[in-house]
Write a protein that binds this ligand. Sequence first.
Ligand SMILES: Nc1nc2c(ncn2[C@@H]2O[C@H](COP(=O)(O)OP(=O)(O)OP(=O)(O)O)[C@@H](O)[C@H]2O)c(=O)[nH]1
Ligand SMILES: [Mg+2]
Ligand SMILES: [Zn+2]
Length: 313
Amino acid sequence: MSEAKGIVIRSTGSWYDVQLDDRVVPSKIRGKFRLRDEGVTNPIAVGDYVAIRLNEDETGLITEIFPRKNRLSRRAAGRKVGMEHVIVANIDMAFVMQAVNLPKPNSGFIDRFLVMAEYFDLEAGIILNKVDLIEEDDIEPLEDLIDRYEEIGYPVIQISAKTGVGTDELMRLMDQNVNVLTGPSGVGKSTLLNHIDPELSIPTQQVSIKTKKGRHTTTNASLHTIGPGTFVVDTPGIREFGIVEIEPEDLAYYFPEFRPYFDECRFPNCTHDHEPDCAVRDAVEEDQIHPMRFRNYLNILDSLKMGNKDVGR
Ligand SMILES: Nc1nc2c(ncn2[C@@H]2O[C@H](COP(=O)(O)OP(=O)(O)OP(=O)(O)O)[C@@H](O)[C@H]2O)c(=O)[nH]1
Ligand SMILES: [Mg+2]
Ligand SMILES: [Zn+2]
């Protein structure tokens, strides 16, 4: 029996596809890994480096998981609500994708994602797709949104996965990195990958005309190679990016543009919500902090205080 090392490129929950130098081996895991991390839905995620024992029938048994550099997780929904779901391990850059139209951008989704990217200490970027569908009235508010995120330090790339506009700039950011694409269903994550490499032929589906929402076409995260040393993980669309357990008083720290004001709040444990003499709220009033970011902060704060029950797929 021989051993090999590889990287998990897809997982269905019971099977893990492990990429070796020359082939992909469908593998199972040992039960003990399931018990290793209480509170985590998936002990092994796409992007994990593993050792496998090769069986005679061309399948593998994962015997070891190598230590992770980092991970991106969200709070699980449904049956496993409250647990941490690891979306991907060992990444260089995490992107959240929104469409400028069909479906309309959701800044709440973006900010929940950015909080998680800050929490896991990841380089983060925002992709605005479907610029070919932009409507005249949306241009100004969108430009305002883009400026604000860029001022905070998050790159915002406008693209059309359909026409290819902007994809060169995005490729420069992704180059030589392991990247992950997250976002709601229907924003065009898989379409972008197909545009970059038509041979991938990832299934995509039209957004519903009635609900203007996607149809949850991609069902498992998969790591795709888009160039030598450049990888992108496509993920299933989610309704809301669930926040893992964060103490409500720590939340503001994950909004980097709030940090300069903390020292000037009257109370050191200020949650910037109801407390008197709050410098963060003053900064919102003076338009130093974008009111939309503050509104999203308050929404997340509320959901954390209520036990974080309102999110999911
Ligand atoms: N007009 C236009 N349509 C696009 C663009 N990108 C994607 N679409 C369309 O949007 C629909 C949804 O695209 P998908 O790639 O399946 O979306 P997804 O984000 O992968 O969705 P899930 O797999 O469900 O999470 C498809 O009909 C695409 O053709 C774009 O830049 N412009
Ligand atoms: Mg998809
Ligand atoms: Zn305050």
